[in-house]
Design a protein. Structure first.
Lengths: 412, 456
């Protein structure tokens, strides 16, 4: 089943900001069982957040980030059947809200991402939690079969047979039945065709319209030379506020908003880069985005042609995430964020920029906004844990050679 | 390549002094009165061992906390140029959570470095024998007593065990990065069969780090380059529960008849550490401690990616693989090595307390490690290793494991040892180590120290 990534963005009624913050604080204090929006009952959701973002000379906005299984309509139906009153009370605090048709209101305010990445493609939230439960049961079984006091004398093949026997006799089919492939053949093929076609088109245009390419590069360089990177450190109080909610579970959340540099040139450059990033992300289906193995869901959206939103649900600490970005994806992310105000000095769209570690980290902290509510359906699982659990289950009933059997047993 | 001014660098940054000076004592001081403290600083600053000195009898080095700089007249704007971790202090709530100092490790229980017992100055004394150490200690204490500016909070005696083994019984301090520009590569190569040369800026401020940029240079007393040739010094007093460690191992390795099996005990301990007691890496010696040491010490000449990817020799979750994953991360040895270079520290730890007569018995005496490490960026180096590697329950796609030796414990932590046909796990690891004190210090260069002593 495919996953959907989007936000619902509404303007907050300034009179009701306090009321809204109260509701969100209550949700955050008990994510699973609060009376407004008990997330544990939303079986389709992987990660979700509510973030209030202040706007210059305009009402603040409420950004509801959603990363879920299936289509929007089914997801909204589940949300509204589990939490009709709570959703009503949240959106009563927003401008233009009409209680008769909450679903239509939410749908009308959907913002689709310009680019997104999914770490564990094709695995539903329900699959992921079943795979986890299966792994725990099989690990316990293995502990009984072999320990330091009682080392096993079985061969790999015999072990596998025993595991299969145990699974068949003792484990609910819901946890152990075969899983569908992560993606269908066409789901895998089409993104590659798109990417290759785009690449070819780009080469043809760049060469065919060579003078224009040169002019664009000259304009870009002039702009880059006159851009003013932010020079101050991020304030310790702001960072402490963000850090006070971090590192509670396996993942962390990053919600951010930045102003796009003024002028059409930067806006279209950004749209173009995000379009390209999205094409690349569609073929990155093995859990890594440009070699980064720790992102569950991330997306960029341009709003009002003025600002860039970025949301990420990633494994481990903020520092390790940013270091991963710098070490492995500096080119791509410089290409994106160099179009935002305050980004470290960049050359030719993708050079330098994020490689200036300290300025880049200060920029990233400065653009980050605290998340009022953030929910993870898999609080103890990294992208790699999820992959491993899935591979364990996928391997139970498939035909495996002796070598494959040994590899499969290494997953335990 | 960086050209280093050794006369401006404190000697402790370049050497542990352990071969010539096995005895050490660390004095923790607080400042009562700034002018008198400056007088005292003038007295001792001339005695501080620099990188040029080749002393073999006695060495003295010094470091300061953020509160010391505040008392000595740094402006708020200057203090803000220091690392945020250093400004906040190790016992602040954010750092506490990030380092895993909760439960038994909470700063409330610390003997020093918490709100009850804040520290301003760390004075490190090293000597070639107990006699010389006592003599120097008496001199320094006399100067401190004579000064109206200082209070002696604690005197922490430390000394290398005669065979360089820490209290659990394992050879310590094998892997150590070589600072570029110090010319110590050959020495490290002959000592351990391997040397990783790391950019000077990772350890000495004012020089380029591995990203070819300098880490922020702190300012002080009106000088924007106050931090030049200084470094951050992380100090943690870690109590080691030797009997708990070996009792746990004994229980986990008893045979079906319930008898202890010494060879299996050694093996489980080695798997948890990633080295045998002799220091031999389990990657190269998966099954037993090599009886005959090789002609040239090869204890650090190994990597994981090709030889030990699955961890049959050195388990993924073992102590040395977590704290220095070498080429084993991201399924890409090159990227892994590049990443790891940015998260190295120079370790300067020494044991304290008597060695256990019988490691299985609780003799009621406190012993452990006076852990000291040096780095230019506390967040990227020391804290990163602690948080993202040692205490990370999902490190290397594991489930619910933390560092089996030094890790902070969560409910039902396990440790798994990959094997054929399947892995073996041990369960419910208790705390083998408890944090008893700690502070973040700044160890200034010699010129900066003179500036501190002379005042504004």
């Amino acid at each position: 089943m495919k996953q959907t990534v989007l936000t619902i963005i509404t303007k907050i009624d300034p009179q009701r900001t306090g009321q809204l913050k109260g509701i969100l604080a209550e949700i955050e204090s008990d994510l699973c069982n609060n009376s407004y929006l008990p997330f544990s009952q939303i079986s389709l959701v992987h990660f979700a957040s509510f973030v209030i973002m202040d706007q210059p000379a305009a009402p603040s906005i409420l950004v509801f980030e959603n990363n879920f299984d299936g289509d929007l309509s089914d997801y909204l139906d589940q949300l509204l059947s589990v939490a009709p009153d709570g959703m009503n009370q949240i959106y009563q605090c927003c401008i233009g809200y009409q209680p008769q048709s909450l679903k239509a209101f939410l749908t009308a305010h959907v913002v689709l991402p310009n680019a997104y990445h999914i770490g564990n493609v094709g695995r539903t939230a329900l699959d992921i939690s079943c795979n986890r439960d299966l792994r725990v049961k099989l690990q316990d079984y293995l502990d009984q079969e072999t320990s330091l006091a009682k080392p096993s004398t079985l061969s790999a093949g015999e072990f596998r047979k025993n595991i299969q026997g145990f699974t068949k006799d003792k484990i609910d089919l819901k946890l152990s039945s075969p899983l569908p492939p992560h993606q269908t053949f066409s789901e895998r093929l089409v993104p590659w065709i798109n990417l290759i076609a785009f690449g070819l088109l780009l080469i043809v245009l760049a060469v065919g319209l060579f003078p224009i390419t040169i002019i664009l590069i000259i304009i870009l360089r002039q702009k880059e030379k006159s851009d003013k990177p932010l020079d101050n450190q991020s304030s310790a109080a702001h960072v402490d506020l963000l850090m006070s909610t971090e590192n509670q579970i396996a993942q962390n959340h990053l919600a951010s908003i930045t102003d796009i540099k003024p002028g059409k040139f930067r806006l279209y450059t950004l749209k173009f880069v995000l379009f390209a990033v999205n094409l690349v992300a569609r073929v990155c289906t093995h859990g890594t985005l440009s070699g980064i193995p720790s992102i569950h869901f991330a997306h960029w959206s341009i709003i009002n042609n003025k600002q860039l939103l970025f949301f990420s649900n990633f494994d481990g600490s903020w520092v390790s995430y940013l270091d991963d970005f710098i070490d492995k994806a500096a080119t791509g992310l410089t290409g994106v964020w160099t179009n935002a105000v305050g980004f470290p000095e960049t050359r030719f769209l993708v050079l330098d920029g994020a490689r200036d570690e300290l300025h880049f980290k200060a920029f990233a902290r400065n653009m980050q906004v605290p998340s009022q509510v953030w929910y993870s359906a898999h609080p103890d699982l990294t992208v790699q844990n999820i992959d491993r659990d899935s591979a364990m289950r996928e391997g139970i009933w498939t035909d495996l050679s002796e070598t494959d059997t040994k590899q499969w047993l290494k997953l335990f | 390549m960086a050209t280093l001014d050794f006369s401006d660098i404190q000697g402790f940054l370049l050497t542990s002094y352990s071969s010539h000076m096995p005895c050490a004592n660390y004095l923790l001081l607080s400042i009562k009165d700034a002018p008198s403290c400056r007088n005292w600083l003038r007295q001792v600053s001339g005695l501080i061992t620099t990188g040029n000195d080749r002393k073999t009898d006695f060495s003295l080095n010094i470091a300061f906390t953020a509160s010391a700089f505040e008392k000595l007249g740094f402006t708020p704007a200057e203090l803000e140029t220091f690392s945020v971790a250093f400004q906040e202090g190790m016992n602040s709530p954010v750092r506490q959570q990030l380092l895993g100092d909760s439960g038994n490790n909470t700063p409330d229980n610390w003997a020093w470095g918490n709100a009850n017992s804040p520290i301003d100055i760390l004075l490190l004394l090293f000597a070639n024998g107990e006699e010389e150490l006592d003599r120097q200690l008496a001199l320094r204490k006399k100067e401190i007593e004579a000064s109206a500016g200082l209070t002696l909070i604690k005197s922490l005696g430390a000394g290398r065990q005669p065979d360089s083994k820490e209290h659990f019984g394992f050879l310590d301090g094998v892997g150590q990065p070589v600072i570029e520009g110090t010319g110590r590569e050959t020495k490290q190569l002959s000592r351990t069969g391997h040397a990783t040369v790391i950019k000077a800026g990772e350890f000495i401020l004012g020089h380029d780090n591995e990203m070819l940029k300098p880490d922020p240079l702190p300012a002080g007393l009106g000088q924007s380059s106050f931090g030049m040739n200084g470094t951050y010094l992380v100090f943690r007093q870690l109590e080691q529960h030797v009997h708990l460690f070996w009792q746990y191992i004994d229980k986990a390795t008893r045979n079906a008849a319930g008898e202890s099996v010494p060879a299996e005990q050694d093996k489980l301990g080695a798997k948890m550490v990633g080295r045998w007691k002799s220091g031999a890496p389990t990657t190269n010696h998966p099954d037993s401690d090599p009886k005959v040491p090789p002609a040239v010490d090869q204890n650090n000449n190994f990597s994981f990616a090709h030889k030990d990817e699955t961890g049959f020799g050195c388990p993924i979750g073992s102590h040395i693989r977590r704290t220095n994953p070498r080429d084993s991360m991201f399924n890409d040895p090159e990227v892994s090595l590049r990443t790891v270079r940015r998260h190295r520290i120079i370790r300067r730890g020494r044991s304290y307390g008597e060695r256990s007569a019988n490691v299985f018995v609780d003799d009621g005496k406190e012993r452990g490690l006076l852990f000291i490490c040096l780095n230019s960026n506390i967040e990227r180096q020391f804290e990163f290793i602690q948080q993202s590697w040692a205490n990370n329950p999902s490190f290397g796609a594991l489930n619910n494991e933390t560092d089996p030796v030094i890790g902070q414990r969560n409910d039902g932590n396990v440790f798994s040892m990959p094997g054929c046909p399947v892995r073996t796990r041990v369960h419910d690891l208790p705390d083998f180590v408890t944090t008893k004190g700690g502070s973040y210090f700044f160890m200034p260069g010699i010129k900066a120290l003179q500036k501190l002593a002379s005042g504004l």
